[in-house]
Design a binder for this molecule. Structure first.
Ligand SMILES: [Zn+2]
Length: 87
């Protein structure tokens, strides 16, 4: 009964995931979760994770305005809502 269509960590739509249905974790995209690890857990805070995402998107040829927009929306991801409310 999982009807989420976006990664819970970066909000990327799974339809854009290069691994699609074959990704390792159904809640997270293949960029956020690989080799059994959720990479955001290693980032010291949301800002650091956003920086990584932003640079990653530019490397994949995403226009800057779009990368900035996606980076901004990360704050609404369930993962960060949970993690930021713990403090
Ligand atoms: Zn993700």
């Amino acid at each position: 009964m999982n009807c989420a269509k976006n990664c819970e960590c970066c909000l990327m739509p799974f339809s854009k995931d290069p691994l699609g249905e074959k990704r390792e974790n159904e809640k997270y995209c293949s960029y956020c979760f690989s080799d059994g690890e959720l990479h955001a857990d290693k980032a010291k805070d949301m800002k650091e994770f956003q920086d990584i995402c932003y640079k990653g998107m530019l490397e994949h040829g995403t226009p800057k305005w779009k990368a900035r927009l996606f980076t901004w929306t990360i704050r609404f991801a369930p993962y960060w809502k949970k993690r930021n409310s713990k403090k």
